[in-house]
Ligand binder design. Structure first.
Ligand code: G6P
Length: 610
């Protein structure tokens, strides 16, 4: 979704802003813009479409300066137009904003009454006028005006502001949306996401809720909610530049699919090295918390929700604890029953999905005290609001359609399951060794599955011409069928649905005819015979089956039944291995259809709005 970058330096900041915005493109956006202060004049360039178009326009106009802000916008209030793109300007005050201002209508009326003229339909423009109003009514400088203005806003914001009259400072504010400050030598930066400034510095300060800050070339001062100066810890970001570049791959999604053996190996590294599943993986206090809980509630959105849905099967069967999984946007708005002895687990790749964050806050308000976050982004909002944390080590995920984040979430959830199983007396030493061995083999099995790419690409050619597809799975592999259908619809725009194979006869069978490809995830497990009967039901109606079986499954291809075999069955970790083929199927079908694989239409990577 929307992205922010800003810089104050002794050099021209336009290349920094443009590069930062390009690195934020993956989040999803529909327009972009920059405002740069050169001496006393603010120059603004905005364009709908790609950052490259805005960059070309900035070059053509010769925009340059040592202080500036930039933004990628994902339309919420007001359509995709240049007038609605950020930065917004109110008589010398320029600003970019992420988030949503809830009382913007009321503020707009008030500001209109004060003589302000609005040029856009955005909630953001209200803030620009409000800051200007404070500047011209007693605020000593743009920082004081910003601090006064935010007190009158309700909603969520990350803001970066410059004023034509104050070329020596860049001021920022944060509430409900991520914002961090990057510390350079004689230059400082601000961004909504560390990837936007990683080319300039790794030293970062994560602003906290209610913080404002002033950046000059030589220093940064952060202020808390009461406007008193505060010290915030410096961090060294571990996001690498290489993880943000495409390298030899055509798309980030392809790169990220192929990075999975490495991402999984990194995520399980601590357990493998220790030779045991230790509660300390989840934090210093984890053993006491995890031993005392009596159940698990998982909250997440999108692909992360499917990771949670898979974990439910593991947690109930291996750790013997009740587990329920809920879509965060549903949970946060219902009168939920809260058992404080249950651990609330949020799963979020980005750590900033608004619905998941709000669901976590809601769970706490209902009396939950024990919370654990599984997240891929260090120090992001959701882990910071959680008691226990487990970071997946997938590295930056750029493709909107989640791949390596999902499989590493599964690996982390499996580790959580075994830790819980040990603490609750359900996993003995022998079983632990066995799970450890299965985990050790996981990256290799995933690599095996990746080797199936040529066969899957050939299948994908056939999918590319279809309008619909059905995915079936049972048990542990039902969530993988859901994930396969989601991947296909996200990046190919083919309508795809997933069902537990046993549900077929209760409705979806009516859809099956010669035109309907049916993908079946059919590992060699205790449910295989049941799945085979479900496949017969499809064949009998003329449906074409595309089956992902295991090397050791006992059935073969026949008329209308195509089979690809993943490596031999890997037991409880099989859902992770079986995810790889469905990711590759979606990727290659998208290639064949010529869609924008990494930036599918209408979707965003980090959904920071409702
Ligand atoms: C968006 C992304 C998905 C992701 C979901 C949840 O819809 O496009 O890939 O699964 O958000 O995001 P999170 O960062 O919370 O895992």
């Amino acid at each position: 979704m929307c992205g922010i970058v800003g810089a104050i330096a002794g050099r021209d900041v336009v290349p920094v802003l443009v590069e930062g915005l390009k690195r934020l493109e993956y989040r999803g956006y529909d327009s972009s813009g920059i405002a740069v202060l050169n001496g006393v004049e603010v120059r603004r360039v905005r364009r709908i479409g790609r950052v490259a178009e805005m960059e070309a326009a900035a070059l053509e106009k010769g925009v340059a300066g040592q202080l500036g802000i930039g933004h990628t916008r994902w339309a919420t209030h007001g359509g995709v137009t240049e007038a609605n793109a950020h930065p917004h300007i109110s008589q010398g005050v320029s600003l970019v904003h992420n988030g949503i201002i809830e009382n913007h209508e009321e503020q707009r009326e008030r500001l209109r009454g004060l003589g302000y003229v609005f040029e856009s339909q955005t909630d953001t423009e209200v803030i620009a006028h409000l800051i200007h109003h404070h500047l011209s009514h007693g605020s000593a400088d743009v920082l004081a005006a910003l601090q006064a203005a935010v007190k009158e806003l309700t909603g969520a914001y990350a803001l970066a502001v410059i004023s034509a009259a104050e070329p020596e400072r860049l001021v920022v504010a944060r509430m409900g949306c991520p914002l961090l400050v990057g510390l350079g030598e004689g230059e400082n930066f601000v961004a909504s996401d560390v990837s936007a400034i990683i080319q300039a510095t790794r030293r970062v300060i994560f602003l906290e809720e209610g913080d404002t800050a002033e950046l000059t070339r030589d220093g940064v001062q952060v202020f808390g909610e009461d406007n008193a100066p505060v010290q915030r810890e410096q961090h060294l970001s571990d996001v690498s530049l290489a993880s943000l570049e495409l390298g030899p791959y055509r798309h980030f999604m392809q790169k990220e699919i192929h990075e999975q053996p490495r991402a999984l190996a990194d995520t399980i590294d601590a357990v493998i090295n220790a030779g045991s599943f230790d509660a300390s993986l989840f934090g210093a206090n984890a053993e006491a918390v995890l031993s005392g809980i009596t159940g698990i509630k998982i909250l997440a959105c999108g692909t992360s929700y499917y990771a949670g849905s898979t974990a439910k099967y593991w947690i109930e069967s291996i750790a013997g604890l009740p587990c329920d999984v809920e879509i965060a946007s549903e949970y946060r708005y219902r009168q939920a029953f809260a058992d404080p002895r249950h651990l609330v687990v949020t799963i979020s790749q980005s750590g900033e999905t608004l619905d998941t964050m709000e669901a976590l806050k809601y769970a706490k308000s209902l009396g939950h005290t024990h919370t654990l976050s599984i997240c891929n982004v260090q120090e992001s909002a959701i882990p910071r609001a959680s008691e226990l944390v487990c970071y997946t080590r997938a590295g930056a995920e750029i493709g909107v359609a989640s791949t390596k984040a999902f499989t590493t979430q599964l690996a982390a959830l499996f580790q959580l399951t075994v830790v819980l199983g040990k603490l609750h007396g359900k996993v003995n030493a022998e079983q632990e060794v066995d799970y450890l061995e299965q985990l050790r083999q996981l990256p290799g099995s995933v690599q095996h599955a990746l080797n199936l790419e040529p066969q899957i690409a050939a299948w994908a050619e056939r999918f590319a011409t279809k309008a619909n597809a059905l995915f079936l799975g049972r048990g542990l592999h039902y969530p993988i069928a859901l994930e396969g259908a989601l991947k296909l619809k996200e990046i190919t725009y083919i309508h795809a649905e997933a069902y537990p194979a046993g549900e077929l006869k209760h409705g979806p069978l009516a859809l099956v005819d010669e035109a309907m490809p049916v993908v079946v995830i059919a590992p060699n497990d205790s449910l295989l015979e049941k799945v085979k009967s479900n496949m017969q039901e499809v064949r009998a109606r003329g449906g074409e089956l595309f089956v992902f079986a295991d090397q050791d499954s006992n059935f073969s291809a026949s008329e209308g039944v195509h089979v690809i075999r993943t490596p031999r069955n890997v037991g409880v970790l099989s859902p992770i291995v079986h995810t790889i083929p469905v990711q590759m199927l979606a990727y290659h079908a998208a290639l064949a259809r010529g869609t924008d694989v990494d930036k599918p239409r209408n979707l965003a990577k980090s959904v920071t709005v409702e």
